[in-house]
Design a protein around this ligand. Structure first.
Ligand SMILES: Nc1ncnc2c1ncn2[C@@H]1O[C@H](COP(=O)(O)OP(=O)(O)OP(=O)(O)O)[C@@H](O)[C@H]1O
Length: 243
């Protein structure tokens, strides 16, 4: 469903943040992306919804080269991609339910978006998504009353309500303690297994990556230096990754 072909990214026209990336991700995979700070993990995810444009090479999503999309096609691409951020990206003073409904905005006219007009089906879908992440009781609380782990679960519910084909998560547990991180990772796992959702997740904690991800891709200075099963990540390879 996703394919990088000789993809390069340079922010300044000189240094390469991504250097000749070749990567194929199939439907239903749960891929952990690891690497030290500045290795290109965030850049890799951001190219998939064209928040960052490749300087050269191609990226195919569902068989289409996304670097050639027009504005309408790009809007449709972004509807198909759920993005979960480290800092949750919620509207703190809004209700949990309203935050989840934001996931539907990409499907609406600007008029309906502006006035927050949602269908009964969308309310139901938001409620279901919140139940799926164990927050059925928190629907009418304000987002800023939740803990960090609960906020991140709201962010996951928001992407589920969006009904994407893929979820990209950029260091989603970096601000959480280890036990809360595991709870949040358990929900990513559940979404992957129950919905056969493709998930690409940037993680700085290798142990979490090894525990949850079927496949690990390691970046170093913008290049893929490991792509394989968690069990094949030897200490020697880890040393090279985090050199
Ligand atoms: N907006 C930007 N403008 C210029 N350079 C950037 C920008 N974003 C990232 N870079 C550079 O691109 C390289 C890759 O950065 P990126 O954020 O993708 O790495 P990362 O592995 O996600 O790092 P971290 O774990 O610290 O978030 C780094 O050298 C970084 O300084």
């Amino acid at each position: 469903m996703l394919k990088f072909e000789n993809t390069r990214v340079s922010y300044d026209g000189k240094a390469l943040a991504l250097d000749d990336i070749n990567l194929v991700v199939e439907q239903g995979e749960f891929v952990g992306i690891i690497g030290s700070s500045g290795s290109g993990k965030s850049t890799l995810l951001k190219t998939i919804n064209l928040l960052v444009r490749p300087s050269s090479g191609k990226i195919y999503f569902d068989g289409k080269d996304i670097t050639k999309l027009n504005n309408k096609e790009l809007r449709s691409l972004r509807r198909n991609i759920g993005f979960v951020f480290q800092d949750y990206n919620l509207v703190d003073r809004s209700l949990v339910l309203d935050n989840v409904l934001i996931g539907r905005l990409g499907y609406k006219s600007s008029f309906k978006s502006f006035f927050g007009i949602f269908t009964d089906e969308e309310y139901e879908s938001a409620t279901t998504a919140l139940k799926q992440v164990g927050l059925g009781e928190k629907i009418f609380e304000r987002a800023d009353q939740l803990s960090g782990g609960q906020k991140q679960r709201v962010a996951i519910a928001k992407t589920l309500c969006q009904r994407p084909k893929i979820i990209l998560a950029d260091e989603p547990v970096a601000s959480l303690d280890i036990s809360t991180s595991q709870t949040v990772m358990d929900y990513f796992k559940k979404v992957n297994e129950k919905k056969n959702m493709t998930i690409l997740i940037n993680l700085h904690d290798v142990n979490l990556a090894k525990k949850y991800c079927h496949r690990i891709v390691a970046l170093r200075k913008g290049k893929i230096i490991f792509d394989g099963k968690a069990g094949d990540l030897s200490d020697e390879i880890l040393k090279t990754i985090y050199d």
